[in-house]
Design a protein around this ligand. Structure first.
Ligand SMILES: [Zn+2]
Length: 127
């Protein structure tokens, strides 16, 4: 399960970061996940629940923000969202088409590959 190892890395990084503060409680952790990563939201939340057990993250909520795929065409200069295949794949993901929607030219991917912590809602000891 790909999601579990991704979430394990994120939880490790978050716990490391939280050591710097006098944290009393963690309310939520917000992730920004690019559509190109094809990570399942439900699987990630499930993994998070297991991995947050017994540490400071226990009881906190994992919020997942989707990052749409943004392309830039190397040929005509088009910049914008990728087209997606109709219907998506078997798991219900929409599948982005990685070529220019205008001219079918080759593209650079500007956004949609993120997998990072965007913010954390924590309560610290000092008022
Ligand atoms: Zn183009």
């Amino acid at each position: 399960m790909h999601e579990a190892s991704v979430v394990a890395n994120i939880v490790d990084a978050v716990l490391e970061e939280l050591k710097k503060y006098d944290v009393k409680k963690v309310n939520s952790v917000t992730l920004r996940i690019g559509d190109l990563t094809q990570l399942g939201t439900e699987q990630m939340k499930f993994a998070y629940e297991i991995l947050s057990e017994g540490n400071i993250l226990s009881g906190s909520e994992l919020i997942i923000e989707n990052e749409p795929v943004i392309l830039k065409c190397k040929k005509c200069g088009f910049e914008g969202p990728a087209k997606t295949l109709e219907g998506g794949d078997y798991s219900g993901h929409s599948v982005p088409v990685l070529c220019c929607p205008e001219c079918n030219g080759p593209v650079d991917i500007l956004e949609g590959q993120s997998c990072c912590v965007k913010c954390m809602d924590i309560e610290t000891g000092d008022e």
